[in-house]
Design a protein around this ligand. Sequence first.
Ligand code: MD3
Ligand code: FE
Length: 221
Amino acid sequence: MTQPDFSFFNGQMFEDVRPELVFAPGALLLPGFASEVEDALLAELARIQEVAPFRQMTTPGGHQMSVAMTNCGQFGWVTDRTGYRYDRLDPLSHQPWPAMPHVFLDLATRAAQRAGYERFEPDACLVNRYLPGAKMGLHQDKDEKDFSAPIVSVSLGLPAAFLFGGAKRTDPTQVLPLKHGDVVVWGGPSRLFYHGIRPLKEGFSEKLGGERINLTFRKVN
Ligand code: MD3
Ligand code: FE
């Protein structure tokens, strides 16, 4: 007896069939939207890291974050004992952050357009790196000046359990898996919703091995 030959499926078998979905007021999930540029994103990420390596920053409360971060673009998000802020300079090198690669900017603006934001002009891209166990507690993103601009997030590598609540910390939270290639546009009311990431589970991703990378595009100024 020979085994049945399923080789003609060639990956289609595991094709991601999740639809585009508005899953909270103003929040649009675009499953796999970054997949076609994943190699270009990762190549640019390697260049960024050479100039501005990932580092685990310290919160104003004195705790080291489990997520390692770097930035590209005109402004970078930083935290230290003095507080959270956006800074034009990398505190490690005292040099400007690496420029935002064209493929980053193009992806973020195309995603925002799908959600109805015709002229999203991000001036900051925060890059978060999660190794197994790394997490991000429930928080709001409110260090930016203009909340009418959305935030666009791009998930790469290992999947994560994303927690999203509401406008108040005590609002009930839902869990949404964010997978490799997923892009989410966070606009409208969801722009200020509480959110976080559950501790990352171990695993293996084809492109990034045992880690997860998240890019968030923001209009800071
Ligand atoms: C909802 N990052 O960097 S991405 C952050 O996966 C952050 O690294 C998480 O929260 C991560 O601030 C979550 C999804 C996300 C990003 C920004 C948001 C959701 C958001 C801003 C407002 C509302
Ligand atoms: Fe956030």
